[in-house]
Design a protein around this ligand. Structure first.
Ligand SMILES: [Zn+2]
Length: 194
């Protein structure tokens, strides 16, 4: 199986989108976050709940989280490339964080121990933002694992296109992800759309 065929252009697109949505990290931890935060004596509040696919998810809020020492544990996994560390270009050592609790995930083929999954935001995430993150992650995953190709030949006109160039696209916010998504999934360039 081909893996990680995500090109730089797509990587930057995803990074920018995640940045716009306020997503800092996706973190898997062994211990539920409440326990972990208590262990580190980090003050947190239950900020809100949000309903996604019929599930009620909790959002925890940490005001002025000190990112100097403990952040690695919480921000262990970056959403896009792993090299772009958090807080670069951001001199403040504290920031407000919102942890969306996606619950316990058991690892397939493991002893069933699993991890707790959290999305970490620097702005309060709403339902729309969370859905967008999930859609983007799914798409990113499909590129990474070679299920979708960033560059493909249009099945209508045989033009070779980059998925971010379809819909006369430039990588601006006004591209509707759902539009380009359906084009890339169907290997079309948009030439038959009016
Ligand atoms: Zn075409």
């Amino acid at each position: 199986m081909k893996i990680n065929i995500l090109d730089n252009r797509s990587e930057s697109y995803f990074e920018n989108q995640f940045g716009t949505l306020g997503l800092l990290a996706i973190t898997h931890v062994q211990t539920p976050i409440e326990e972990l935060l208590n262990e580190y004596a980090i003050q947190f509040t239950e900020y809100d709940t949000v309903s996604i696919d019929g599930q009620i998810l909790d959002i925890y809020y940490i005001s002025n989280f000190d990112s100097s020492g403990k952040i690695e544990q919480f921000l262990s996994s970056q959403p896009a490339s792993s090299s772009e560390a958090t807080g670069c270009g951001d001199d403040a050592s504290t920031q407000d964080l919102y942890f969306l609790d996606l619950g316990h995930r058991s690892l397939s083929g493991s002893d069933g121990s699993g991890t707790y999954l959290y999305y970490v935001f620097n702005t309060p995430p709403d339902r729309v933002a969370i859905r967008s993150v999930q859609d983007l992650l799914e798409l990113q995953h499909e590129f990474r694992f070679g299920e979708l190709a960033p560059v493909y030949k249009c099945t209508d006109c045989s033009e070779t296109v980059h998925w971010l160039s379809v819909c006369n696209g430039t990588e601006t916010d006004d591209i509707l992800l759902s539009n380009i998504e359906s084009l890339v999934r169907n290997k079309r360039c948009g030439c038959t759309e009016s």
